[in-house]
Structure formats: structure tokens, C-alpha cells
Design a protein around this ligand. Sequence first.
Ligand SMILES: [Zn+2]
Length: 113
Amino acid sequence: MPAQRNLICHLPSGILGRACEWHTILPIADDVIYDADVRLNKSSKWYSIIPSGCSNVYEIEGVLMHEFGHVFGLGHVDEATHGNLTMSVNSTPCSYADHTWGKGDYNSLAAHY
Ligand SMILES: [Zn+2]
């Protein structure tokens, strides 16, 4: 089966994380992800429990939830209308807001599987 490596797997500075997906390109079917990995930016500051005096650090689980959402085929939702969902574009520093999926995230995942 022909395969193509995703060419946008690099992680630019200022981006917290990225899902790296390897796709199988089928001639008559939708593109299928057959392998994936997630990269996190080492230059960002991470926490699992919000530290006192928190400033510009990110909860690692929330960012991983977002990136693994991409691994499972989810795209971004509009920040202005769905900013509270894990699959919105922006992460909120010093917050557990992206820690769990919202109903919209869940519904999108359920529609895929
Ligand atoms: Zn994303």
C-alpha cells in the first residue's frame, strides 16, 4: 500500500505541540492515518499542577489532549465560537481549561468512529 510521510512534522518556535501523522494515500478512498506521534516544544514551560504565581506556562495534559485529538482525526474548531473546547486553536496558560474534552469535542470524535 503506498504511503506518504507527512511533510509538516516540524515544530516551529512559539507552537506548543504538533501531531505528526503518516498517511496512507488510497486512490479511491479517503486519506487514512496509519501512524502518528506527538511533539511538544521543549522551550515552552509545562506543568501538571498549576504552580503558585503561574505565568505563561501550560498544562501538559491539555495540550496532549488537543494533539491526540488530531491523531484521532479531529480538526480545529473556531476559537471565537468554541474557545472552550479542547480542539480550539489556542491554549490558555495557567488553566485546566483544555484538560478534558467538551461535549463538542466528544461529539466530533463520536462522529468519526
Ligand atoms: Zn491543533
